[in-house]
Design a protein around this ligand. Sequence first.
Ligand code: NAD
Ligand code: TYD
Length: 365
Amino acid sequence: MKRTILITGGAGFIGSHVVRLFVRKYPDYRIVNLDKLTYAGNLENLRDIECEPNYRFERGDVCDFERMRSLFRAYDVTGVIHLAAESHVDRSIRDPFTFARTNVMGTLALLEAAREYWDGKWEGRLFYHISTDEVYGALALTDPAGGPQGRGPYGEEFFTERMRYDPHSPYSASKASSDHFVRAYHDTYGMPTLVTNCSNNYGPYQFPEKLIPLFINNIRKCRPLPVYGRGENVRDWLYVEDHARAIDVIFHRGRAGETYNIGGFNEWRNIDIVRLLIRTVDRMLGRPEGASDGLITYVADRKGHDLRYAIDSRKLQRELGWEPSLQFEEGIERTVRWYLENGEWMDRVTSGAYADYYKTMYGAR
Ligand code: NAD
Ligand code: TYD
Protein backbone atom coordinates (compact mmCIF):
# COMPACT_ATOMS: atom_id res chain seq x y z
CA MET A 1 0.00 0.00 0.00
CA LYS A 2 1.35 3.39 -0.99
CA ARG A 3 -0.58 5.33 1.63
CA THR A 4 -3.61 5.24 3.90
CA ILE A 5 -6.31 7.84 3.62
CA LEU A 6 -8.81 8.21 6.41
CA ILE A 7 -12.16 9.36 5.04
CA THR A 8 -14.64 10.34 7.75
CA GLY A 9 -18.39 10.31 7.14
CA GLY A 10 -17.93 7.87 4.26
CA ALA A 11 -21.30 6.19 4.85
CA GLY A 12 -23.15 9.46 4.25
CA PHE A 13 -24.29 11.03 1.01
CA ILE A 14 -21.19 12.83 -0.30
CA GLY A 15 -18.76 10.64 1.64
CA SER A 16 -20.00 7.47 -0.05
CA HIS A 17 -19.32 8.98 -3.49
CA VAL A 18 -15.83 10.06 -2.38
CA VAL A 19 -15.05 6.62 -0.90
CA ARG A 20 -16.25 4.86 -4.05
CA LEU A 21 -14.19 7.14 -6.31
CA PHE A 22 -11.00 6.72 -4.26
CA VAL A 23 -11.36 2.95 -3.74
CA ARG A 24 -11.86 2.38 -7.48
CA LYS A 25 -9.40 4.93 -8.82
CA TYR A 26 -6.53 4.29 -6.40
CA PRO A 27 -6.07 0.55 -5.84
CA ASP A 28 -2.68 1.36 -4.24
CA TYR A 29 -4.24 3.44 -1.49
CA ARG A 30 -5.81 1.94 1.58
CA ILE A 31 -9.09 3.76 2.18
CA VAL A 32 -10.34 3.67 5.76
CA ASN A 33 -13.92 4.85 6.16
CA LEU A 34 -14.61 6.05 9.71
CA ASP A 35 -18.29 6.67 10.40
CA LYS A 36 -20.49 6.69 13.47
CA LEU A 37 -23.50 5.50 11.46
CA THR A 38 -25.91 8.10 12.74
CA TYR A 39 -29.33 8.19 11.09
CA ALA A 40 -27.53 9.70 8.05
CA GLY A 41 -24.95 6.93 7.72
CA ASN A 42 -25.97 4.03 5.52
CA LEU A 43 -23.52 1.28 4.60
CA GLU A 44 -25.89 0.14 1.86
CA ASN A 45 -24.58 3.19 -0.03
CA LEU A 46 -21.28 1.32 -0.39
CA ARG A 47 -22.47 -2.19 -1.20
CA ASP A 48 -20.68 -2.23 -4.55
CA ILE A 49 -17.21 -1.60 -3.10
CA GLU A 50 -17.38 -3.07 0.41
CA CYS A 51 -15.44 -6.20 -0.55
CA GLU A 52 -12.60 -4.39 -2.32
CA PRO A 53 -9.20 -5.28 -0.82
CA ASN A 54 -8.15 -1.65 -0.36
CA TYR A 55 -11.28 -0.70 1.63
CA ARG A 56 -11.83 -0.86 5.41
CA PHE A 57 -14.78 0.26 7.45
CA GLU A 58 -14.43 1.40 11.08
CA ARG A 59 -17.44 2.37 13.11
CA GLY A 60 -16.58 5.22 15.46
CA ASP A 61 -17.30 8.73 16.63
CA VAL A 62 -14.98 11.54 15.50
CA CYS A 63 -15.44 13.08 18.95
CA ASP A 64 -13.77 10.03 20.54
CA PHE A 65 -10.19 11.32 20.73
CA GLU A 66 -8.68 8.06 21.99
CA ARG A 67 -10.29 6.18 19.14
CA MET A 68 -9.00 8.69 16.60
CA ARG A 69 -5.47 8.39 18.03
CA SER A 70 -5.58 4.62 17.79
CA LEU A 71 -6.82 4.75 14.20
CA PHE A 72 -3.91 6.95 13.12
CA ARG A 73 -1.48 4.49 14.73
CA ALA A 74 -3.20 1.31 13.55
CA TYR A 75 -3.36 2.37 9.92
CA ASP A 76 -0.42 4.78 9.67
CA VAL A 77 -2.76 7.43 8.27
CA THR A 78 -1.04 9.97 6.01
CA GLY A 79 -4.05 11.82 4.63
CA VAL A 80 -7.45 12.77 5.99
CA ILE A 81 -10.57 13.78 4.09
CA HIS A 82 -12.97 14.92 6.77
CA LEU A 83 -16.65 14.82 5.81
CA ALA A 84 -18.26 13.49 8.99
CA ALA A 85 -20.76 16.05 10.22
CA GLU A 86 -24.32 16.74 11.13
CA SER A 87 -25.52 18.28 7.90
CA HIS A 88 -29.19 19.25 7.97
CA VAL A 89 -30.14 22.87 8.72
CA ASP A 90 -33.65 22.04 10.03
CA ARG A 91 -32.22 19.56 12.54
CA SER A 92 -29.64 22.14 13.65
CA ILE A 93 -32.46 24.55 14.48
CA ARG A 94 -34.05 21.91 16.73
CA ASP A 95 -30.87 20.43 18.22
CA PRO A 96 -27.84 22.74 18.02
CA PHE A 97 -25.81 20.88 20.69
CA THR A 98 -25.35 17.82 18.50
CA PHE A 99 -24.06 20.07 15.72
CA ALA A 100 -21.53 21.80 17.97
CA ARG A 101 -20.41 18.46 19.36
CA THR A 102 -19.81 16.61 16.09
CA ASN A 103 -18.91 19.47 13.78
CA VAL A 104 -16.74 21.50 16.14
CA MET A 105 -15.43 19.13 18.82
CA GLY A 106 -15.26 16.20 16.39
CA THR A 107 -13.14 18.20 13.96
CA LEU A 108 -10.90 19.31 16.81
CA ALA A 109 -10.43 15.74 18.06
CA LEU A 110 -9.42 14.64 14.57
CA LEU A 111 -7.02 17.59 14.17
CA GLU A 112 -5.40 16.81 17.51
CA ALA A 113 -5.03 13.13 16.67
CA ALA A 114 -3.40 14.09 13.35
CA ARG A 115 -1.09 16.62 15.01
CA GLU A 116 0.04 14.11 17.60
CA TYR A 117 0.61 11.26 15.15
CA TRP A 118 2.30 13.33 12.44
CA ASP A 119 4.36 15.06 15.13
CA GLY A 120 5.66 17.92 12.98
CA LYS A 121 6.72 15.64 10.10
CA TRP A 122 4.42 17.22 7.57
CA GLU A 123 5.98 15.93 4.36
CA GLY A 124 3.39 13.88 2.44
CA ARG A 125 0.68 14.62 5.02
CA LEU A 126 -2.61 16.41 4.42
CA PHE A 127 -5.69 17.23 6.46
CA TYR A 128 -8.47 18.10 4.02
CA HIS A 129 -11.66 19.52 5.56
CA ILE A 130 -14.91 19.52 3.59
CA SER A 131 -17.14 22.50 4.24
CA THR A 132 -20.07 24.40 2.87
CA ASP A 133 -20.79 27.73 1.21
CA GLU A 134 -23.38 28.37 3.95
CA VAL A 135 -20.59 29.74 6.19
CA TYR A 136 -20.53 32.87 4.02
CA GLY A 137 -24.10 33.77 5.00
CA ALA A 138 -26.76 34.87 2.54
CA LEU A 139 -26.61 37.03 -0.57
CA ALA A 140 -29.17 39.60 -1.61
CA LEU A 141 -31.82 38.41 -4.00
CA THR A 142 -32.75 40.63 -6.94
CA ASP A 143 -35.24 40.12 -9.74
CA PRO A 144 -34.17 37.71 -12.47
CA ALA A 145 -33.74 40.58 -14.94
CA GLY A 146 -31.03 38.71 -16.88
CA GLY A 147 -28.34 41.31 -16.18
CA PRO A 148 -25.04 41.62 -18.03
CA GLN A 149 -22.84 38.55 -18.48
CA GLY A 150 -20.87 37.44 -15.47
CA ARG A 151 -23.62 38.26 -13.00
CA GLY A 152 -25.94 35.69 -11.49
CA PRO A 153 -29.54 35.37 -12.65
CA TYR A 154 -30.77 36.20 -9.14
CA GLY A 155 -28.25 38.75 -7.88
CA GLU A 156 -25.02 40.64 -8.33
CA GLU A 157 -22.82 39.14 -5.66
CA PHE A 158 -21.13 35.76 -5.35
CA PHE A 159 -19.33 34.04 -2.49
CA THR A 160 -15.57 34.23 -3.06
CA GLU A 161 -12.80 32.69 -0.97
CA ARG A 162 -11.94 36.14 0.43
CA MET A 163 -15.42 36.80 1.80
CA ARG A 164 -15.91 37.26 5.53
CA TYR A 165 -17.74 34.46 7.28
CA ASP A 166 -21.29 35.36 8.30
CA PRO A 167 -23.12 32.15 9.26
CA HIS A 168 -26.76 32.32 10.30
CA SER A 169 -27.97 28.81 11.15
CA PRO A 170 -26.58 26.64 13.95
CA TYR A 171 -25.41 24.27 11.17
CA SER A 172 -23.44 26.94 9.32
CA ALA A 173 -22.14 28.42 12.60
CA SER A 174 -20.76 25.00 13.59
CA LYS A 175 -19.18 24.47 10.17
CA ALA A 176 -17.67 27.98 10.27
CA SER A 177 -16.13 27.20 13.63
CA SER A 178 -14.64 23.95 12.37
CA ASP A 179 -13.20 25.73 9.31
CA HIS A 180 -11.50 28.24 11.61
CA PHE A 181 -9.98 25.44 13.70
CA VAL A 182 -8.58 23.76 10.60
CA ARG A 183 -6.99 27.00 9.42
CA ALA A 184 -5.67 27.66 12.93
CA TYR A 185 -3.83 24.31 12.84
CA HIS A 186 -2.18 25.39 9.61
CA ASP A 187 -1.24 28.82 10.89
CA THR A 188 -0.21 27.75 14.41
CA TYR A 189 1.43 24.35 13.96
CA GLY A 190 2.23 24.41 10.25
CA MET A 191 -0.02 21.39 9.58
CA PRO A 192 -0.75 21.04 5.84
CA THR A 193 -4.49 21.63 5.69
CA LEU A 194 -7.03 22.46 3.01
CA VAL A 195 -10.59 23.71 3.27
CA THR A 196 -13.15 23.63 0.49
CA ASN A 197 -16.57 25.28 0.60
CA CYS A 198 -19.08 23.71 -1.73
CA SER A 199 -22.59 24.62 -2.80
CA ASN A 200 -25.70 22.39 -2.38
CA ASN A 201 -25.15 18.86 -3.64
CA TYR A 202 -27.72 16.55 -5.21
CA GLY A 203 -27.66 13.04 -6.65
CA PRO A 204 -28.03 9.38 -5.63
CA TYR A 205 -27.84 8.24 -1.97
CA GLN A 206 -28.92 11.55 -0.39
CA PHE A 207 -30.94 11.14 2.79
CA PRO A 208 -34.57 12.05 2.05
CA GLU A 209 -34.73 14.94 4.49
CA LYS A 210 -33.07 17.27 1.97
CA LEU A 211 -35.16 19.04 -0.63
CA ILE A 212 -34.48 17.00 -3.77
CA PRO A 213 -34.73 13.36 -2.54
CA LEU A 214 -37.56 14.24 -0.13
CA PHE A 215 -39.62 15.76 -2.90
CA ILE A 216 -38.88 13.00 -5.43
CA ASN A 217 -40.09 10.46 -2.88
CA ASN A 218 -43.17 12.48 -2.00
CA ILE A 219 -44.12 12.92 -5.65
CA ARG A 220 -43.62 9.18 -6.16
CA LYS A 221 -45.92 8.48 -3.20
CA CYS A 222 -48.41 11.32 -3.99
CA ARG A 223 -47.67 13.07 -0.69
CA PRO A 224 -47.67 16.85 -0.07
CA LEU A 225 -44.55 18.85 -1.00
CA PRO A 226 -43.85 21.29 1.85
CA VAL A 227 -42.37 24.40 0.21
CA TYR A 228 -40.98 26.81 2.83
CA GLY A 229 -42.22 30.40 2.55
CA ARG A 230 -42.90 31.35 -1.05
CA GLY A 231 -40.34 29.02 -2.57
CA GLU A 232 -38.30 31.98 -3.79
CA ASN A 233 -35.06 31.19 -1.96
CA VAL A 234 -32.19 30.47 -4.29
CA ARG A 235 -29.61 27.70 -3.99
CA ASP A 236 -26.63 26.86 -6.19
CA TRP A 237 -26.67 23.16 -7.10
CA LEU A 238 -23.86 20.75 -7.97
CA TYR A 239 -24.10 17.07 -8.93
CA VAL A 240 -22.48 15.03 -6.17
CA GLU A 241 -20.09 13.15 -8.46
CA ASP A 242 -18.75 16.48 -9.70
CA HIS A 243 -18.05 17.40 -6.07
CA ALA A 244 -16.28 14.07 -5.51
CA ARG A 245 -14.12 14.69 -8.61
CA ALA A 246 -13.26 18.15 -7.30
CA ILE A 247 -12.23 16.63 -3.96
CA ASP A 248 -9.97 14.18 -5.79
CA VAL A 249 -8.32 16.99 -7.79
CA ILE A 250 -7.88 19.22 -4.74
CA PHE A 251 -6.63 16.43 -2.47
CA HIS A 252 -3.88 15.62 -4.97
CA ARG A 253 -3.06 19.02 -6.44
CA GLY A 254 -4.43 21.71 -4.12
CA ARG A 255 -1.98 23.98 -2.30
CA ALA A 256 -1.81 23.41 1.46
CA GLY A 257 -3.11 26.34 3.47
CA GLU A 258 -5.52 27.32 0.70
CA THR A 259 -9.28 27.50 0.46
CA TYR A 260 -11.16 26.60 -2.72
CA ASN A 261 -14.81 27.26 -3.44
CA ILE A 262 -16.58 24.49 -5.36
CA GLY A 263 -19.69 25.17 -7.42
CA GLY A 264 -21.08 25.09 -10.93
CA PHE A 265 -22.65 28.55 -11.38
CA ASN A 266 -26.08 26.92 -11.23
CA GLU A 267 -28.61 28.98 -9.28
CA TRP A 268 -32.20 27.87 -9.01
CA ARG A 269 -35.23 29.11 -7.09
CA ASN A 270 -36.69 26.33 -4.93
CA ILE A 271 -40.10 26.54 -6.56
CA ASP A 272 -38.61 26.10 -10.05
CA ILE A 273 -36.81 22.96 -8.87
CA VAL A 274 -40.04 21.64 -7.40
CA ARG A 275 -41.81 22.15 -10.73
CA LEU A 276 -38.95 20.49 -12.61
CA LEU A 277 -39.08 17.50 -10.24
CA ILE A 278 -42.84 17.18 -10.66
CA ARG A 279 -42.55 17.23 -14.47
CA THR A 280 -39.71 14.72 -14.47
CA VAL A 281 -41.19 12.22 -12.00
CA ASP A 282 -44.64 12.38 -13.59
CA ARG A 283 -43.19 11.81 -17.06
CA MET A 284 -41.06 8.88 -15.93
CA LEU A 285 -44.01 7.29 -14.13
CA GLY A 286 -46.24 7.76 -17.17
CA ARG A 287 -48.62 10.11 -15.37
CA PRO A 288 -50.40 12.87 -17.32
CA GLU A 289 -48.72 16.29 -17.36
CA GLY A 290 -49.60 18.33 -14.28
CA ALA A 291 -50.87 15.28 -12.36
CA SER A 292 -48.84 16.13 -9.25
CA ASP A 293 -49.03 19.95 -9.36
CA GLY A 294 -51.62 19.92 -6.58
CA LEU A 295 -49.10 18.37 -4.17
CA ILE A 296 -47.30 21.72 -3.78
CA THR A 297 -48.09 22.98 -0.27
CA TYR A 298 -46.72 26.30 0.96
CA VAL A 299 -45.80 26.00 4.64
CA ALA A 300 -44.29 28.31 7.28
CA ASP A 301 -40.83 29.55 6.39
CA ARG A 302 -37.68 28.08 7.97
CA LYS A 303 -36.37 30.28 10.81
CA GLY A 304 -33.52 32.48 9.59
CA HIS A 305 -33.91 31.05 6.06
CA ASP A 306 -30.96 32.27 3.97
CA LEU A 307 -32.24 33.98 0.85
CA ARG A 308 -29.63 33.21 -1.77
CA TYR A 309 -26.43 31.20 -2.13
CA ALA A 310 -24.24 31.60 -5.21
CA ILE A 311 -20.66 30.46 -5.36
CA ASP A 312 -17.77 31.77 -7.40
CA SER A 313 -15.54 28.77 -8.13
CA ARG A 314 -13.29 30.45 -10.69
CA LYS A 315 -10.18 29.99 -8.53
CA LEU A 316 -10.59 26.19 -8.65
CA GLN A 317 -11.34 26.26 -12.37
CA ARG A 318 -8.39 28.53 -13.13
CA GLU A 319 -5.77 26.96 -10.85
CA LEU A 320 -6.64 23.28 -11.01
CA GLY A 321 -8.69 23.01 -14.19
CA TRP A 322 -11.75 21.40 -12.56
CA GLU A 323 -15.12 21.96 -14.19
CA PRO A 324 -18.56 20.52 -13.51
CA SER A 325 -19.47 17.86 -16.06
CA LEU A 326 -23.27 17.92 -15.93
CA GLN A 327 -25.96 20.44 -16.79
CA PHE A 328 -28.59 20.65 -14.05
CA GLU A 329 -31.46 19.31 -16.19
CA GLU A 330 -29.34 16.28 -17.12
CA GLY A 331 -28.28 15.79 -13.49
CA ILE A 332 -31.90 15.94 -12.34
CA GLU A 333 -32.91 13.46 -15.04
CA ARG A 334 -30.24 11.02 -13.81
CA THR A 335 -31.07 11.64 -10.17
CA VAL A 336 -34.82 11.12 -10.54
CA ARG A 337 -34.24 7.96 -12.59
CA TRP A 338 -31.88 6.64 -9.88
CA TYR A 339 -34.40 7.19 -7.07
CA LEU A 340 -37.23 5.66 -9.08
CA GLU A 341 -35.12 2.64 -10.04
CA ASN A 342 -33.92 2.30 -6.43
CA GLY A 343 -37.28 2.52 -4.70
CA GLU A 344 -36.16 -0.26 -2.38
CA TRP A 345 -33.19 1.85 -1.15
CA MET A 346 -35.60 4.69 -0.45
CA ASP A 347 -38.14 2.43 1.27
CA ARG A 348 -35.44 0.89 3.50
CA VAL A 349 -34.19 4.36 4.42
CA THR A 350 -37.61 5.75 5.22
CA SER A 351 -38.63 2.64 7.20
CA GLY A 352 -35.33 2.54 9.12
CA ALA A 353 -34.54 -1.00 7.87
CA TYR A 354 -31.16 0.15 6.52
CA ALA A 355 -29.76 0.29 10.05
CA ASP A 356 -29.77 -3.56 10.23
CA TYR A 357 -27.35 -3.83 7.33
CA TYR A 358 -24.38 -2.96 9.54
CA LYS A 359 -25.14 -5.81 11.95
CA THR A 360 -25.53 -8.26 9.09
CA MET A 361 -22.25 -7.22 7.48
CA TYR A 362 -20.03 -6.53 10.44
CA GLY A 363 -21.66 -8.33 13.37
CA ALA A 364 -22.33 -6.49 16.61
CA ARG A 365 -18.98 -4.65 16.74
P1 NAD B 1 -24.67 13.34 5.49
O1 NAD B 1 -25.50 13.83 6.63
O2 NAD B 1 -25.34 12.62 4.37
O3 NAD B 1 -23.54 12.35 6.06
C1 NAD B 1 -22.81 12.61 7.22
C2 NAD B 1 -22.07 11.34 7.64
O4 NAD B 1 -21.31 11.64 8.82
C3 NAD B 1 -23.01 10.18 7.99
O5 NAD B 1 -22.54 8.98 7.42
C4 NAD B 1 -22.95 10.12 9.51
O6 NAD B 1 -23.15 8.82 10.03
C5 NAD B 1 -21.53 10.61 9.77
N1 NAD B 1 -21.38 11.19 11.12
C6 NAD B 1 -22.19 12.09 11.72
N2 NAD B 1 -21.74 12.35 12.97
C7 NAD B 1 -20.61 11.62 13.13
C8 NAD B 1 -19.68 11.47 14.20
N3 NAD B 1 -19.84 12.13 15.36
N4 NAD B 1 -18.62 10.66 14.04
C9 NAD B 1 -18.46 9.97 12.86
N5 NAD B 1 -19.32 10.04 11.83
C10 NAD B 1 -20.38 10.88 11.96
O7 NAD B 1 -23.86 14.60 4.99
P2 NAD B 1 -23.40 15.00 3.51
O8 NAD B 1 -24.49 15.76 2.86
O9 NAD B 1 -22.80 13.83 2.83
O10 NAD B 1 -22.24 16.05 3.87
C11 NAD B 1 -20.90 15.60 4.07
C12 NAD B 1 -20.02 16.79 4.38
O11 NAD B 1 -20.08 17.72 3.29
C13 NAD B 1 -20.45 17.56 5.63
O12 NAD B 1 -19.28 17.97 6.30
C14 NAD B 1 -21.22 18.74 5.08
O13 NAD B 1 -21.12 19.85 5.95
C15 NAD B 1 -20.48 18.99 3.78
N6 NAD B 1 -21.27 19.62 2.70
C16 NAD B 1 -22.50 19.12 2.35
C17 NAD B 1 -23.20 19.71 1.30
C18 NAD B 1 -24.53 19.16 0.84
O14 NAD B 1 -25.18 19.78 0.00
N7 NAD B 1 -24.98 18.02 1.32
C19 NAD B 1 -22.67 20.81 0.63
C20 NAD B 1 -21.40 21.30 1.01
C21 NAD B 1 -20.72 20.69 2.05
P1 TYD C 1 -32.01 21.68 2.00
O1 TYD C 1 -32.03 20.57 1.00
O2 TYD C 1 -32.40 21.39 3.40
O3 TYD C 1 -30.54 22.32 1.92
P2 TYD C 1 -29.97 23.69 2.61
O4 TYD C 1 -30.92 24.15 3.63
O5 TYD C 1 -28.68 23.23 3.20
O6 TYD C 1 -29.80 24.66 1.48
O7 TYD C 1 -32.96 22.85 1.47
C1 TYD C 1 -32.78 23.42 0.19
C2 TYD C 1 -33.78 24.55 0.06
O8 TYD C 1 -35.10 23.99 0.02
C3 TYD C 1 -33.76 25.52 1.23
O9 TYD C 1 -33.99 26.83 0.75
C4 TYD C 1 -34.93 25.08 2.09
C5 TYD C 1 -35.92 24.52 1.08
N1 TYD C 1 -36.76 23.40 1.57
C6 TYD C 1 -38.16 23.47 1.45
O10 TYD C 1 -38.71 24.45 0.93
N2 TYD C 1 -38.91 22.43 1.92
C7 TYD C 1 -38.35 21.33 2.50
O11 TYD C 1 -39.08 20.41 2.94
C8 TYD C 1 -36.92 21.26 2.62
C9 TYD C 1 -36.25 20.09 3.26
C10 TYD C 1 -36.16 22.33 2.12
